[in-house]
Design a protein around this ligand. Structure first.
Ligand SMILES: Cc1ncc(COP(=O)(O)O)c(C=O)c1O
Length: 403
């Protein structure tokens, strides 16, 4: 189909939920993608932190092909071999003892909220259902995940939200303490936080914040849920970001990078907490089907290979990208308010909205994301090389000069 026609038909047949950029992507390999008019782009968006191994990684492609020939979907009414293999890999490399599979980040967070509430009800009685989350957080678009999201702009028009959510400033341990105390006696069942507020502008927690949150949760008999939908799967230079903080959550949610591009989400929990779910408590028709699990197994095995070589590489490339981005700030202080991030989740906060910069970058062959209005977010695949980073940062620098 002609590009103009694709764009016209998109507004004719698709609901108007995305402000799309004027590119039709048709092919991808590694860190690069090509549009329908054969223009080459360096992809520093990576499907919004999904393509951890880059586009069409051969191991992922082969795993999907082989599985598609054998068995694509069967119901969770039966045992699914790939699901068990994937769950075992996740359990062996995390704090968790049990896994539930679903299809997206929002759905994983729905599951986490339900699990926390059911656990608390069975353990402590009906009143302990409050969930404390952070202002400026993002947890997804379904009602539970949306209610957990501490940004009123996403709630607008969809009220009323689910009851029982309290929002506190991210990184403010006194506010967290106060919220937990206010909810006493025993009203909060869980604290739900992202390790780094990614959609909210790549906001970093202060050092020791998560250690202190963990202590407060323990003292209040409140579960700690970490939403690692964006930070998980090696993105920050550890398989899961909580490993940077020297703590363990009780529940963790994953999606995005987990399937290497296939749509899969997961809810991980300790054995004790998992027991609150029993047959019939929760379900997902497609959750962890043979096809998506084959893709996820290939992805996680590639990440773990050679003593987690790729994750170490991501850590090194993350430091390199961070250093280049702070160099950009020195060269153009009038455009840049600050730079921050961890591993290959990096950001440049501009002194103005970043939409025009994103368009200039597209013109010059770079896909980069704008979040929180003025934050350029960089989420390249973990296989990115220094030369890709040099090229990307040069394009951003040129785009800033043009403005
Ligand atoms: C931290 C976090 N949680 C949840 C979600 C929602 O994931 P999904 O779009 O797969 O529902 C996102 C999506 O950006 C996210 O960044």
């Amino acid at each position: 189909m002609e590009i103009k026609k694709i764009i016209e038909d998109s507004s004719r047949y698709l609901m108007n939920t995305y402000g799309r950029l004027p590119v039709v992507l048709r092919k991808g390999r590694g860190v690069k993608v090509w549009s329908a008019d054969d223009k080459e782009y360096l992809d520093f968006v990576g499907g919004i932190a999904v393509n951890v191994l880059g586009h069409c990684h051969p191991k992922v492609v082969v795993a999907i092909q082989k599985q598609a020939q054998r068995l694509i979907h069967v119901s969770n009414l039966y045992y699914i071999e790939n699901q068990v293999k994937l769950a075992r890999l996740l359990v062996e490399h995390s704090f968790a003892d049990k896994v539930f599979f679903c299809n997206s980040g929002a759905e994983a967070n729905e599951g986490a909220i339900k699990l926390a509430r059911k656990f608390a009800r069975e353990r402590f009685g009906a009143g302990k259902f409050g969930i404390i989350t952070a202002i400026n957080s993002f947890h997804g678009r379904t009602y539970g995940a949306l209610s957990a999201t501490g940004q009123p702009k996403f709630h607008e028009g969809f009220e009323p939200m689910l009851q029982g959510f309290t929002y506190v400033p991210f990184g403010d341990i006194d506010a967290m303490k106060e919220a937990l105390e206010k909810q006493k006696p025993d009203a909060a069942c869980a604290v739900l936080l992202e390790p780094i507020q990614a959609e909210g502008g790549v906001r970093m927690p202060p050092p020791d914040y998560f250690k202190q949150v963990r202590e407060l949760c323990d003292a209040s008999r409140v579960l700690l849920i970490l939403d690692e939908v964006q930070t998980g799967m090696g993105r920050t230079g550890e398989l899961f970001a909580y490993k940077h903080f020297g703590i363990k959550p009780d529940i963790m949610t994953l999606a995005k990078g987990l399937g290497g591009g296939a749509p899969i989400g997961a809810l991980l929990a300790t054995a004790e907490v998992s027991e609150a779910f029993t047959p019939g408590s929760h379900a997902a028709t497609f959750g962890g089907n043979p096809l998506v699990c084959a893709s996820a197994i290939a992805t996680i095995q590639a990440l773990l290979e050679d003593n987690c070589y790729l994750i170490e590489h991501a850590k090194r490339m993350g430091s390199y990208l961070a250093q280049k981005l702070s160099g950009l700030k020195e060269a153009a202080p009038e455009h840049i308010a600050g730079t921050r991030g961890l591993g290959l989740l990096q950001a440049v906060e501009l002194t103005r909205p970043c939409g025009p910069v994103v368009l200039e970058c597209i013109e010059r062959g770079l896909l980069v994301n704008c979040t929180a209005n003025n934050v350029l977010r960089f989420m390249p695949p973990l296989i990115v090389q220094e030369s890709d980073i040099d090229q990307a940062v040069q394009i951003v620098s040129d785009a800033l000069k043009k403005l």
